[in-house]
Design a protein around this ligand. Structure first.
Ligand SMILES: NC(=O)c1ccc[n+]([C@@H]2O[C@H](COP(=O)([O-])OP(=O)(O)OC[C@H]3O[C@@H](n4cnc5c(N)ncnc54)[C@H](OP(=O)(O)O)[C@@H]3O)[C@@H](O)[C@H]2O)c1
Length: 315
């Protein structure tokens, strides 16, 4: 039977590159592109099928920053699929990133220079806003919309006979210091992106704790630094080209891979000579915090569902 794979944010950047690679690995996949923009998704579908005609490539329209859209897409997926083998939770935003020039220059001449370039720590702030669901946009897009998607898709993901896998696109920018259990949406801070990626790491750990017994496993990955629409919002492409050799050096000098466990993050890396490899990194978190965060998400889910139901009744 064909393996079924769902990829959110498949219309560009990391998601698009991932779809091409997945079809190289298995020509007969059923790949479902979960995109908010149907015409972009149609163009991607046509391009993928042109090079891999044996594959089945379908589209589901979903805006993960809009819960009604997530519910609608989940219903559609449950009608179309018996099961999903892999779900790549990749769609993400970093809105209006601002480079902190002062931090950049002081970092350049400090001992933290490699760390600063590899994690962007202290370098980037963003402007967040509130969505129609009344949530912080970065949190809803990068975390909560995906959380609701997997809650809704549980019947397609939880099978005791053969496991399914969730793979979250996290980031090296996920930092404990930017996350707070009392403000999970990061409404009071200036680094919502970093907070949301740390939240993704926590959520993956909590999913393993709560779902492994039901046949669902979760991992987090960091794609490395890639020149995509997102990174071009921070610096122009030519600056990234100049920075790349520095970033390669960072990857070259990193820690050795550790044994596979749910508290490990997988990082795509490239050597200075251009060969790619995967390395692992233990995440800076503990399982208790992950569980508390998961419980906060369940609470928020109840609240948001009640609000949406009330709104639907009134209209
Ligand atoms: N680039 C890097 O160096 C880097 C490093 C670490 C982690 N990441 C992560 O990699 C993931 C992909 O980012 P990228 O670099 O490939 O950026 P990108 O080219 O901007 O791609 C982002 C993707 O997410 C989709 N998306 C955004 N908001 C959405 C929403 N509300 N609903 C549905 N889809 C939505 C976009 O759709 P549209 O085409 O419609 O905009 C696009 O397909 C993100 O989670 C990002 O945090 C990237």
């Amino acid at each position: 039977m064909r393996k079924a794979v769902l990829v959110t944010g498949a219309s560009s950047g990391v998601g698009l590159a991932l779809c091409k690679r997945l079809l190289e690995e298995d020509h007969e996949l059923h790949l479902c592109l979960a995109c908010r923009n149907r015409s972009k998704a149609e163009a991607v579908r046509a391009a993928l099928l042109a090079s891999r005609p044996l594959a089945e490539v379908s589209i589901v329209q979903v805006d993960v920053s809009d819960l009604q859209s997530v519910f609608r897409a989940s219903r559609e997926l449950k009608q179309r699929f018996q099961r999903l083998d892999y779900v790549y939770l990749n769609a993400g935003i970093m809105p209006n990133p601002q480079l902190n020039i002062k931090a950049l220059f002081s970092g350049l001449f400090s001992r933290k220079v490699i760390h600063m370039f590899s994690t962007a720590e202290g370098l980037l702030t963003q402007e967040d806003k509130i969505t129609a669901d009344g949530l912080q946009e970065v949190f809803e897009t990068n975390v909560f919309g995906h959380f609701i998607l997997i809650q809704e898709l549980a019947p397609l993901l939880c099978h005791s006979d053969s496991p399914s896998q969730l793979i979250w696109t996290s980031s090296r920018n996920a930092r404990k210091s930017n996350f707070c259990l009392e403000d999970i949406q990061h409404s009071r801070g200036q680094e919502p992106y970093s907070s949301s990626k740390y939240a993704v790491d926590l959520l993956s750990v909590a999913v393993n704790r709560n779902f492994n017994s039901r046949g669902l496993y979760s991992s987090v990955v960091c794609p490395g630094t890639m020149v995509t629409n997102m990174t071009c919002g921070i610096l122009p492409p030519f600056v990234w080209t100049l920075l790349m050799p520095i970033i390669w050096l960072v990857w070259l000098f990193h820690q050795k891979p550790e044994s596979l466990n749910p508290l490990t993050k997988y990082l795509s890396a490239t050597t200075g000579f251009g060969s790619n490899y995967v390395m692992t990194q233990k995440m800076d978190l503990d399982e208790d915090t992950a569980e508390k965060f998961y419980q906060s998400l369940l609470e928020l889910e109840k609240h948001v569902r009640a609000t949406i139901q009330k709104r639907n009744h009134q209209s």
